[in-house]
Design a binder for this molecule. Structure first.
Ligand SMILES: [Zn+2]
Length: 472
C-alpha cells in the first residue's frame, strides 16, 4: 500500500514537473548557444585586433602616414578568404595569335637590365577580351634610360587587329555601335559619309556664337582643336627660327599645327594621320599632303626628301618598335633638324594621382616614362634635348639631331629605386581598387598588398574598424 502511494506520488510529480524540466533544458541549450556565439565574436574581435596591431606595427616600421585627413573610398577585405573567386572572362575570338613579341631588352635603348613593375594592361579590367594573352604586357623599368616598356606586345596581324578594333581596345564604345561620324574614330568612311564630312569641313571654322546662326553646318571640334594645339605652335615659333620649313606631322589630330606653321612661316606640310576621318580633315581644312596613314608597327615615312621639323603626337608611348621609329625620324631630318613630341603621357598620371595603373595603361601604351626618362630616350636615339616640359600634364619635348656618338647618361640608381617603389605602390593600389569580381586573381598576394598599401598610407581604417581606400 505504501509502495503504491509512493509510486503514484512519483508519477504525479513527474507529470507535474515535466514541463518545468523541459523548460530548464531548453534554457540550458539556448544559454550554450549564446555562449558559443559570444565566444566566436570574441575570437573574431581578437583576430581583428591582432591584425590591426600587426598593420599598425608595420606602419610604424615604415614611414609615417600622411597627417591630412582624407575621404574614405571602397572597403578593402583584409584576408584572401574574404575574396570571391575570380570571374571567368569571355573572349571574342578572331584575334590573330601571330604575333606576340617578347622583348629581352629595353624597346628604346636596348639595355638588358630592367625590373618588372606591372604584368597587366587595361584588358585586365574588361569582361570581354580578344584572348587571354591580350591582357599581359609585362611592363618593366629599364635601368639605363628609365623608360617602362611592355615586354610583351602585339605586332604584325595581331597589332593590326587591335588598331582595327581601336575603340574596344582602349575601353570605349566600338566604332560599329557609334552614331554619326566620329572625327577621331577608327571607322572607315563610306562615299556618302565622306562627301558629307567634306562639305562640313569646308565651312568657316571661326563661327561666332553671337549672334547665333541657324542651321550651322560647321564642325565645332575643329576650332576647339585649333585653340588646344596653339600652345605647341607658340613653343615651336619661340624656340626655333622657321624659314619656309618642310614639316611632317605624325598622328595629327586634324593638322592644325602644320597648318599654323605654314601660315606663319611658309614652307610645306605633310602628315601621317591615324584614321581616315582625320586624313580627310587634314587635307580639306589645312591643305596638307596626307596621302598615307600612320602605322605604329611598320613605321615608315613614305614621303620624299628631308624635313626641317617632325612634330609627333603620342608617338613614343605607342610605337611598337620605338628604337626603329626614332632612328627613321633621325635619318629623315635635315642637318640641324628638330623633332617635337607632344601628348606623351607622364607616368605621374597613375603614380601620383591615385588613378588605377591598370586602367591607365591601355594595350596601346607600350612605353611609359617621366620627363627625365623621355629626355634619356631621345639621347639614346641620337638627339640632343633642347626643351623638355609639360603641357596639360603631358610631356612635351623638343630635340635636335645630335652629332654622331653623342652619349646618354644612364638613370641614377636612386632615381631607379624611387620609381620602382612608386610602381610597387601603384600596382598595389590598382589591385586593391579592382572590382570585386577580379580581386580573386590576386588572392596569393592579397594580404601583402594590403599591408604595403597600409604602410604607404593609401588605405586606412574607418570609424568602424574597416579598411578603406583613401581618396586623393
Ligand atoms: Zn632603356
Amino acid at each position: 500500500m505504501k509502495g503504491l502511494i509512493r509510486r503514484g506520488a512519483e508519477r504525479v510529480a513527474r507529470v507535474l514537473f515535466r514541463p518545468l524540466e523541459e523548460r530548464v533544458q531548453s534554457q540550458h541549450k539556448r544559454l550554450i548557444g549564446k555562449l558559443d556565439r559570444l565566444e566566436k565574436r570574441v575570437d573574431a574581435a581578437i583576430a581583428r585586433g591582432q591584425a590591426e596591431a600587426r598593420l599598425l606595427a608595420s606602419r610604424l616600421d615604415g614611414r609615417a602616414a600622411t597627417a591630412r585627413p582624407r575621404r574614405h573610398g571602397a572597403r578593402i577585405p583584409r584576408q584572401r578568404d574574404e575574396l570571391p573567386p575570380a570571374a571567368e572572362r569571355r573572349t571574342t575570338a578572331g584575334i590573330p595569335a601571330e604575333r606576340i613579341v617578347e622583348l629581352q631588352a629595353c624597346s628604346v635603348c636596348g639595355s638588358g637590365a630592367f625590373t618588372p613593375v606591372c604584368e597587366f594592361n587595361r584588358f585586365l579590367l574588361s569582361e570581354t577580351v580578344p584572348d587571354l594573352d591580350a591582357m599581359r604586357a609585362d611592363y618593366a623599368l629599364c635601368h639605363c634610360c628609365g623608360v617602362v616598356f611592355a615586354r610583351r606586345r602585339a605586332s604584325g596581324d595581331r597589332f593590326r587587329y587591335l588598331i582595327e578594333h581601336f575603340e574596344e581596345t582602349i575601353g570605349r564604345v566600338p566604332a560599329s555601335e557609334q552614331r554619326g561620324t566620329k572625327l577621331l574614330g577608327s571607322r572607315r568612311l563610306g562615299d556618302e559619309e565622306r562627301e558629307r564630312l567634306r562639305a562640313r569641313a569646308g565651312q568657316p571654322m571661326f563661327v561666332s556664337e553671337v549672334p547665333r546662326q541657324k542651321n550651322r553646318q560647321h564642325l565645332p571640334m575643329l576650332l576647339r582643336d585649333r585653340l588646344a594645339v596653339a600652345a605647341h605652335v607658340e613653343v615651336l615659333g619661340s624656340l626655333l627660327t622657321p624659314r619656309e620649313p618642310r614639316v611632317l606631322e605624325i598622328r595629327p589630330r586634324f593638322g592644325a599645327i602644320g597648318g599654323a606653321l605654314r601660315r606663319l612661316y611658309g614652307g610645306e606640310t605633310y602628315a601621317l594621320p591615324l584614321f581616315e576621318a582625320q586624313q580627310l580633315i587634314v587635307r580639306e581644312v589645312y591643305g596638307t599632303c596626307a596621302e598615307h596613314l600612320l602605322d605604329y608597327d611598320a613605321f615608315t615615312i613614305p614621303y620624299p626628301g628631308a624635313f626641317d621639323l617632325i612634330v609627333a603626337n603620342h608617338l613614343v608611348t605607342h610605337a611598337v618598335h620605338p628604337q626603329d621609329v626614332l632612328a627613321t625620324i633621325r635619318q629623315r631630318l635635315a642637318p640641324g633638324g628638330h623633332l617635337y613630341l607632344y601628348n606623351e603621357p607622364d607616368e605621374r598620371d597613375f603614380l601620383e594621382s591615385g588613378k588605377s595603373i591598370f586602367n591607365t595603361l591601355n594595350p596601346f601604351h607600350l612605353q611609359t616614362f617621366d620627363a627625365a626618362a623621355l629626355a634619356r630616350a631621345l639621347q639614346s636615339a641620337g638627339f640632343d634635348p633642347v626643351f623638355i616640359s609639360h603641357h596639360h600634364d603631358n610631356c612635351i619635348a623638343l630635340a635636335r639631331v645630335a652629332a654622331e656618338g653623342a652619349a646618354m647618361e644612364p638613370m641614377p640608381a636612386r632615381e631607379r629605386a624611387r620609381r620602382v617603389e612608386q610602381y610597387v605602390q601603384a600596382r598595389d593600389l590598382g589591385i586593391l581598387a579592382l572590382p570585386e569580381r577580379l580581386r580573386g586573381l590576386f588572392a596569393s598576394e592579397w594580404e601583402m598588398a594590403v599591408q604595403r598599401a597600409f604602410v604607404a598610407g593609401t588605405i586606412d581604417f574607418d570609424g568602424d574598424g574597416n579598411l578603406r581606400l583613401l581618396k586623393r
